[in-house]
Design a protein around this ligand. Structure first.
Ligand code: CUA
Length: 349
């Protein structure tokens, strides 16, 4: 029986324990059943998802306990009409209670931290036969570089990885902070100008997964995406060999296939068709202006400026700063010339 001078309240401990148990069971079942994450596609994903489940198991009962005490107190001990001037019973501390409510959370926290640390050491462990891939972030595109023993690194706007081969990413940024994230791998890290950040992943599942920029980096942040293609080692080697050959859009004779350049890019320059609609090329993205409208009847000078200095003149309804400003560098002179000629011929037709 309580000493409260205002009223006596029996605390129904047994009933509360039953309610807490049922609510916790429902909360944990729901928390574990919900698919919080996309398909897991790396050896790192399993331990990270398990850690998440352990956090649900340990935090749901604590949430239920705290919420129940708050709700019960608000219900049983709330102020009633006429009690405005009353004060609660004086309390001068309860050493045993304070030791208990300090020690138990401290033990839970230390255990969870130790477990999380073990998981971290495990997923960051170096593996034999690691492949190095450099990741470069800039407003608003990713470039992936595969260093070659004999010469220049191979550059690609798509991330190709052979399945089951450990990879170590070396991540850089050219302008502002970005964040290299492949949700299916679960790992992410900031790309910071001036330093190189790293992490390891071993892809375990064939398929195509999005690469996402996870750091607000400007107007084009939301479109700063690429694809990860996890392929068989044989497919990877074929792809790598193709990249070593002259750009696909440039034929053996040096002739540039401008339509192909438009729809596929050249390995360094992102494909125009990834963001622009152009009927002749069969592309329909609306990230940037519809070129059949914005370039129809324009002269070569206007079209070239639109490619190499995209912010000089902005189509109505669109914002500056979204289209990469590096096409002057990533396209060869021949490619640029062919692209301008092609767009002048087909836009609006
Ligand atoms: Cu790059 Cu957000």
């Amino acid at each position: 029986m309580s000493e409260d001078p205002r009223r006596e309240t029996r605390i129904p401990l047994v009933q509360m324990a039953i309610v807490a148990f049922v609510a916790s069971a429902i909360g944990i079942a729901a928390g574990v059943a919900i698919e919080w994450f996309p398909e897991d596609a790396s050896t790192q994903a399993g331990p990270i998802d398990r850690l998440y489940d352990v956090l649900i198991w340990s935090s749901v009962p604590i949430f239920v306990l705290v919420t129940m005490i708050v709700l019960f107190s608000a219900w049983k001990f709330r102020m009633r009409p006429g009690e405005e001037q009353l004060d609660g019973p004086p309390i001068h501390g309860n050493t045993r209670l304070e030791v208990i409510w300090t020690a138990i959370p401290a033990i839970i926290l230390v255990l969870l931290c130790a477990y999380a640390w073990i998981v971290l050491v495990d997923i960051e462990e170096a593996r034999a036969d690691e492949m190095r891939v450099n990741v470069v972030g800039q407003q608003f595109a990713w470039t992936f570089e595969y260093p070659q023993a004999d010469g220049e690194p191979i550059k690609s706007t798509q991330l190709y990885l052979p399945v089951n081969r450990p990879v170590r990413f070396y991540v850089k940024a050219l302008d502002v902070i970005h964040d290299f994230w492949v949700p299916a791998f679960r790992m992410k890290i900031d790309a910071v100008p001036g330093i190189e950040t790293r992490y390891r992943v071993t892809p375990t599942r064939l398929g195509t997964y999005p690469v996402v920029c996870a750091e607000l980096c400007g107007l084009g942040h939301a479109v700063m995406r690429a694809q990860t293609r996890v392929v068989t080692p044989a497919e990877f080697n074929t792809w790598l060999a193709e990249q070593k050959a002259p750009a696909a859009a440039t034929g053996e004779d040096g002739e540039v296939d401008a339509k192909r350049l438009f729809t596929e890019g050249n390995g360094t320059a992102t494909a125009c068709g990834a963001c622009h609609t152009l009927a002749d090329a069969g592309t329909s993205s609306q990230t940037g202006p519809d070129l059949d409208q914005s370039l129809a009847g324009k002269d070569a000078e206007f079209i070239e400026q639109g490619i190499v200095a995209p912010d000089a003149e902005i189509a109505s309804g669109f914002q500056a700063g979204i289209m990469p400003k590096n096409y002057g560098d990533t396209l060869s002179d021949e490619e640029l010339e062919a692209l301008v000629k092609y767009l002048g011929e087909v836009a609006g037709k």
